[in-house]
Design a protein around this ligand. Structure first.
Ligand SMILES: [Zn+2]
Length: 218
């Protein structure tokens, strides 16, 4: 996606007018959205969300900062994937590193990860919110690479995860059975209730609309 650039800002689109002056929504390289006067972009007065000035102040005070988004959630995602894949003490290592899942060489550098994934991240956050934006591998057995990763909702992520346990549903009337991986999909397929399937699987109820459910041990 191409967005016109002004310093650190990239222009997304018009955002109303104030006193006949057009205002514009922009994304800053630091990850913040900012609304600025359109003419200030063109006359060069506005070149960041304000982070340029702040960083200049920090530089004078505490020395240099490399990329300015060290503590953002986006950076946390990047640190998280490296931990899962390479730190045997990480809680999720057995689902990633131990299964041979790697982070591609290019993404061992944060700035490369940022270049490949940050704009898509910002746009998805704008549309769906940051809480519902997680990094998802399209092929669950594949590595963390630009080709195999996308930003998706937490729901998609859970659906794709190895943590989900396969189960079988059996219709008592005729003994017909079908395997399921995601309760909500199974519920949709047969017109059942997602939460009732879950409570059958957890043993809180025995049947739901004439179906029995049990986990398949794999
Ligand atoms: Zn900024």
């Amino acid at each position: 996606m191409y967005l016109e650039r002004f310093g650190r800002l990239r222009k997304i689109g018009p955002f109303g007018k104030v006193n006949y002056h057009l205002k514009t929504l922009c994304i800053c390289d630091c990850g913040k959205f900012t609304i600025v006067y359109d003419f200030c972009l063109y006359n060069g007065n506005t070149r960041s969300c304000g982070c340029l000035q702040r960083e200049a102040a920090v530089k004078v005070g505490k020395g240099k900062r490399i990329h300015g988004i060290t503590h953002t959630k986006f950076n946390k995602v990047w640190r998280g994937i490296k931990q899962r894949c390479y730190n045997p003490n990480n809680n999720d290592y057995n689902l990633y590193g131990a299964r041979g899942i790697k982070v591609c060489r290019r993404w061992h550098e944060f700035l490369n990860f940022k270049e490949d994934m940050h704009l898509k991240y910002i746009i998805r956050c704008l549309l769906f919110g940051e809480r519902d934006t997680t990094l998802d591998r399209i092929d669950n057995d594949g590595d963390y690479t630009p080709e195999n990763c996308r930003w998706a909702s937490v729901h998609t992520q859970v659906r794709n995860s190895r943590r989900i346990k396969p189960f079988v549903g059996t219709r008592i009337s005729d003994g017909y059975s079908d395997n399921g991986l995601v309760q909500v999909d199974f519920a949709g397929k047969y017109g059942l209730s997602n939460s009732k399937i879950c409570s059958c699987l957890r043993g809180y109820q025995k049947t739901h609309k004439g179906w029995r459910f049990s986990y398949i041990n794999v």
